[in-house]
Design a protein around this ligand. Structure first.
Ligand SMILES: NC(=O)c1ccc[n+]([C@@H]2O[C@H](COP(=O)([O-])OP(=O)(O)OC[C@H]3O[C@@H](n4cnc5c(N)ncnc54)[C@H](OP(=O)(O)O)[C@@H]3O)[C@@H](O)[C@H]2O)c1
Length: 363
């Protein structure tokens, strides 16, 4: 690693082209005492940190490419194998990706202090038909909850033991990450904004596309910069060692409270609940044509990212707006140990819409 800055910390961020990893790597690289190397197969565009292309599923590739990262003090794991919203994420593949990274870097990094892994509230079963809320970090694991977080955590804890505990670990558990950036199609703020723009172009009110139960239920989000600050905090604060922390904006929302604000923002009358599968209704040729007309009328961006098929992952909307259960994580533990950042989630969405407007992605 280069020593151009007076760095105290040398970070390796896996998943540096993803929502979490890119924001985290950008955040750390802007600090005076962090030097960052971001890992992914495809180099992220326009970033202010060093990048290395590596396929984490390939152990030999990892050994060959990552063996040079001997200065590493912190490993941040925010990679996740390609996944469809509608299919379970592979456990073995995701766990092996973390294993290959640790196998390549950890034995050679004499000053390694910490390994952080990004998890999520699926850890508690938020993706199941029901789960205990508010979720606490001390809650027992959930039986039949097939996700890769448990396997990754088991691997990391065992590795820390076998390495003589010369480094500590931590885990963050965010939910529905929202980032002020373009280029990510799994983006809730953008999904709502594009949906609203299509409703407007069709002369329809802003109906809620999910279920009645979901409209009334509690929900939570995590803004990506807030998450990046939280990850930095828990990875450098000794009292956080070897623990997990729920990280959300700190408030709870109900879509039924926010939808009127959104209708107002987009200048639409408020509709009722109009349950539909966005993965079907918004992917029709008619919807694409409506979007093409909107792009033309409002002179929106027309690069490859904003083509209608790449703009929004619509099944993600069904994943968010379908379940009729409260999604709630307690953030008391992080607050009590010193991380007190919070954000008004309703305000965050309005700011996101403003951001997408400024970027000429929505009208
Ligand atoms: N997004 C959310 O709303 C959310 C909510 C809660 C929890 N989380 C958790 O946060 C973590 C990060 O998720 P994310 O949403 O930021 O992911 P993401 O946007 O899908 O990004 C995934 C990253 O992993 C990299 N990657 C995938 N396969 C790879 C491979 N074989 N080798 C090297 N890099 C590879 C990707 O880069 P390339 O494709 O270029 O290789 C990309 O940088 C995950 O554990 C996820 O479960 C996310």
């Amino acid at each position: 690693m280069s020593r151009e800055k007076t760095a105290r910390f040398y970070a390796v961020v896996a998943g540096a082209s993803g929502v979490v990893g890119r924001r985290l790597a950008t955040h750390l690289a802007a600090l005076p005492d962090w030097e960052v190397t971001g890992l992914s197969r495809r180099a992220p565009a326009n970033v202010a940190f060093k990048t290395l292309a590596v396929d984490l599923t390939n152990a030999a590739d990892c050994q060959a490419i990552l063996g040079t990262l001997t200065d590493t003090t912190h490993i941040f794991y925010a990679a996740r194998y390609d996944h469809k919203t509608t299919a379970p994420e592979p456990i073995d593949l995701n766990t092996n990706m973390l294993r290959h990274l640790v196998d390549a870097v950890e034995p050679r990094a004499a000053n390694l202090q910490h390994i952080h892994m990004v998890q999520g509230s699926k850890y508690y079963g938020s993706n199941l038909p029901s789960y205990k809320t508010p979720a606490l970090e001390s809650d027992p694991r959930v039986a039949n909850n097939a996700n890769f977080y448990y396997a990754q955590e088991d691997f990391l804890v065992a590795r820390q033991q076998s390495s003589g505990q010369r480094w500590s670990w931590s885990a963050s558990r965010p939910h529905a990450i929202c980032d002020f950036s373009t280029g990510f199609a799994r983006a809730l703020g953008l999904l709502i904004a594009v949906y609203a723009s299509i409703c407007k172009a069709r002369g329809e009110p802003l109906s809620f596309p999910g279920t009645v139960g979901n409209y009334n239920a509690l929900y939570q989000c995590t803004e990506a910069k807030l998450l990046a600050r939280a990850i930095q905090w828990m990875s450098t604060e000794p009292t956080c060692a070897n623990q997990a922390f729920n990280i959300t904006n700190g408030d709870f929302i109900r879509w039924k409270n926010l939808w009127p604000l959104f209708a107002d923002y987009f200048g639409l009358p408020l509709g009722g609940v109009n349950t539909q599968r966005l993965g079907d209704t918004t992917t029709t040729p008619q919807a694409a044509q409506t979007w093409a007309q909107i792009v033309k009328k409002y002179h929106l961006k027309t690069n490859s990212y904003v083509t209608y098929d790449k703009l929004v992952v619509w099944p993600y909307g069904d994943f968010v707006f379908g379940p009729a259960i409260d999604i709630m994580s307690s953030t008391i533990k992080a607050r009590q140990l010193g991380f007190r950042d919070a954000m008004d989630t309703g305000r965050m969405f309005i700011d996101l819409f403003d951001y997408y407007r400024r970027e000429k992605v929505i009208p």
